[in-house]
Design a protein around this ligand. Structure first.
Ligand SMILES: [Zn+2]
Length: 217
């Protein structure tokens, strides 16, 4: 884990002096950039995450072993933490915003977050929480979610019950074997088997027929 005294050695990224540097611990000009596999422990989202950062570029004193933690090292920690937790990178968030054709300001309104928060994520100052990352992924991944959460089209009852199946999604979920009248061959959807079975019974009840024997249109 990074020692706390490292905070005093921070410099702006890309503004490093050429090596070797003077060591603050032993006073020798022996600090040089070294690559190391670093066992990191980083607190994020209220939890401590332990993982190894491969080939961390870290200034180390060749005389006494003192390690110097800079902004560049911080950035490597953040990149490794994002990869370890599978969180969206700032570049991926930017690309997604562009792809869905929204401004950053509109995105913050739809998500109910401060513009400064999004700026910190995009500026690599702060890493989004797991829950916010999940929201971003769902928001960017499903046009229906964007429609439901944004502006005048916001759905007031969203989340109070399951969203009704659309005809296109019903077609995708036809049983594999035509003629089957039970839920046994019903593909398990992301809500799990029980909800799928409920859906079958609902559809059978409302149509008086069964999947595989009625035409889906
Ligand atoms: Zn030293």
């Amino acid at each position: 884990m990074r020692p706390k005294q490292s905070r005093t050695a921070k410099r702006p990224r890309g503004a490093e002096r050429p090596f070797p540097w003077l060591c603050r611990h032993c006073g020798k000009r022996e600090v040089a950039l070294a690559k190391t596999n670093y066992a990191a422990e980083v607190r994020h989202d209220g939890r401590l995450h332990a993982f190894t950062i491969a080939d961390l570029e870290l200034p180390v004193c060749q005389a006494c072993g003192e390690r110097v933690f800079t902004e560049d090292v911080d950035a490597q920690f953040n990149d490794a933490l994002r990869a370890h937790l599978n969180l969206l990178t700032p570049a991926q968030i930017r690309d997604a915003i562009t792809r869905v054709g929204m401004s950053q300001k509109d995105l913050t309104k739809c998500l109910g977050i401060a513009e400064a928060t999004l700026s910190r994520w995009l500026g690599e100052v702060q890493i989004q929480s797991r829950s916010m990352d999940n929201l971003l992924r769902i928001f960017f991944g499903f046009p229906e979610v964007r429609k439901s959460l944004c502006g005048s089209s916001q759905v007031p009852h969203l989340g109070l019950s399951d969203i009704a199946q659309t005809s296109s999604s019903r077609q995708r979920r036809k049983p594999r074997h035509s003629g089957s009248t039970t839920g046994s061959t019903w593909p398990v959807d992301w809500n799990g088997k029980r909800s799928a079975c409920r859906q079958v019974h609902k559809i059978v009840d409302s149509t008086g027929s069964a999947w595989g024997t009625r035409k889906v249109g």
